[in-house]
Write a protein that binds this ligand. Sequence first.
Ligand code: IFM
Length: 449
Amino acid sequence: MAKMDFSADFLWGTATASYQVEGAAYEGGRGPCIWDTFSRRPGAVYAGENGNVACDQYHRYPEDIALMAELGFKSYRFSIAWPRIIPEGRGKVNPEGIAYYRRLCEELRKNGIHTCATIYHWDLPQPLQDEGGWTNRNITGAFKEYANVCYKELGDLVDMWITINEPFCVAYLGYLWGVHAPGERDQKKAMAAVHNVNMAHGIAVSEYRKTGLKAPIGITWNPNTPRAATSREEDKKAALISRAFNTEIFIFPCLGKGYPEHITKNFPDVIPLKEGDLEIIAQPIDFIGVNFYTESPEAADEKAPYKYTSKPSWQDTTAMGWPITPAGLERQLLWLTEISKGAFGKAEIPLYITENGCACDDIVTPAGRIHDKERIKYLQKHLAVCADVIKKGVPLKGYYVWSLLDNFEWAYGYAKRFGIIHVDFKTLKRTPKDSAYFLRDTIAGFADI
Ligand code: IFM
């Protein structure tokens, strides 16, 4: 039986995001955000659900932290809600919002848990969206102001900073496909959002360096590094084009490589680039966060806007319908290691899996247990890849499971459960699933695969 070997300092964590777990949407001086608005749009979110109560972590964080500690987790990745800190997006700071995150971090530290804060995980203050949101270049000024407040007010309590979660989803799901807030479908706006998110990240990192704070700062991407559906040359090319639009467009400029050649050559006007922007974006980062769920096969398609399309998969799928592709994680981590080598003059940039996990149709037994064997299998397969790539030289330093709790899964509302802890959304009772015990044993060094 193979043993999963991870070093003693491997950072084991769980992850959540403010809108998905906090609730208390109308408490503590929080302003409105784009998900409050979007979830009121008929048909936008499954069953008209919203994050008004969610898991009520705003009030129940001590219980959640006690559970994390009991399971042996060493780090908690949470996000800071911009509308709690600066309710109007710019200007007046809300002391109650600051006080909440200070309490959260202090409780984590009291329990020996390292704090990993994401500055932006999609809850944009509505007043900023009213000015165009991520499509308006002025948002970078508002983000700079907000990030500085986070550094000043929470810098003594945060052990690791992530500027932005999944720029792909911010720009494309929000402004191209319209399935996430603010629900727009406009190619030109989406490309402006791509560039403004990249700019906001660079500005936030360069502001951070001025503070003198020493905790590492990075960004979390959800790279889509598809494989070619066949070995035909046109499909291999399609996979590369897909990677350029979905992944390299975010990663390359941040690593100082500029926008990918495929885009600058073939679609020269899509990015609203101004002189000096690439230098602003390319700030040295201390680590790369990777969110991985699945990988898709791509093929050429002359009729598609950028001439590629995803093909059907054969693998078992999760409750999201996403194929289970641990081999894709291996390909992706090796690729990321390769392309980030030497960036900013560093031999290597440490990688963290900042999200990995799956939605399952969990059943609570009459005895109140959740035997989520499918999730355990999913985690085992992906963790085996992690252990293996470390041996191959990938500088992987930690793994955060998505998610600590069942929570508000965006457009799917509460219908999809990603938690290792079950939440009864009527009573808000938390119950660790078998996968939580599997991770407990893995962290303690006893889980074999
Ligand atoms: O729930 C999301 C999370 O907010 C961002 N990454 C993907 C997760 C699962 O869809």
